[in-house]
Design a protein around this ligand. Structure first.
Ligand SMILES: [Zn+2]
Length: 249
């Protein structure tokens, strides 16, 4: 197997869910792009089914502490095809559909001067975001109202797994901005204020707890109001950087 470089990020925010206890979903991998772009995906990932299954476990180790808590994802239909966009997730457990754009991959590969390790890191990074959507709670189908925090958690998991560079965070924006801006804030809370925050934030979105999710959940988890935390984060974020060691695996 071709060795590839990963950023090894040492966080405490992982559980020790054992591989042997984890219900690995079946993966139905389909590559609809037979041109060079589709072939590139195959060449970079080598064994896409295994990459997807391994990433499921990694994502669940950030989101959950016990296998009993994990939603029952039995099957992932993963499709590579040529379209404008990056990636998208559809479906709900037990069957999840994920698409990934070969066009996006080819563009990314060109931009990084054909760096295969970087391309694999991008594929797995995007995958970890979409697989978070497969496994995370959404307060009972409330994406329309609270999509910002849901997207923030997906990018926070990606960051926790080392596929998004936390050290690039910059002041500005709002914790409601979703994606990167929310994600780095959540990871900062996890690392500086309340270890286990991302786990508890996801748990606060359980569909059957009788509580409608609001940003006040952040105060209930950490003991501090979200606006106060955001102010502190804006002031102090530069003090928290992650030492990354390049390791070959
Ligand atoms: Zn998303």
């Amino acid at each position: 197997m071709l060795a590839f470089v990963l950023l090894c990020v040492c966080f405490s925010g992982y559980s020790q869910i054992k591989q042997s206890d984890f219900q690995v979903p079946d993966v139905n991998f389909v590559n609809l792009d037979s041109t060079a772009k589709g072939v590139l995906y195959q060449e970079i990932t080598k064994n896409p089914e295994a990459v997807i299954q391994e990433t499921c476990l990694k994502v669940c180790r950030v989101l959950y502490r016990d296998v009993k808590e994990i939603p029952n994802v039995e099957r992932i239909n993963y499709t590579v095809r040529d379209y404008d966009g990056v990636s998208a997730k559809g479906g709900v457990p037990p069957v999840i559909d994920i698409s990934f754009s070969s066009k996006y991959l080819a563009g990314n590969f060109k931009e990084t001067e054909k760096d295969s390790a970087q391309a694999l890191s991008e594929i797995v990074g995007v995958l970890s975001h979409e697989l978070t959507h497969a496994y995370q709670w959404d307060d009972g189908g409330r994406y329309g109202e609270i999509g910002g925090v849901i997207e923030g958690i997906a990018d926070a998991v990606r960051t926790m797994l080392g596929y998004k560079d936390y050290n690039t965070k910059k002041p500005g924006g709002s914790y409601k901005d979703a994606y990167t801006t929310s994600a780095f804030f959540f990871v900062w809370i996890e690392r500086n204020i309340h270890p286990g925050f991302i786990y508890e934030l996801n748990q606060s979105m359980l569909p059957d707890d009788g509580i409608t999710w609001t940003w006040d959940q952040v105060r209930q988890i950490t003991g501090t109001d979200v606006d106060e935390l955001w102010t502190r984060y804006q002031k102090n974020m530069h003090l928290d950087t992650i030492n990354t060691d390049k390791v070959t695996s």
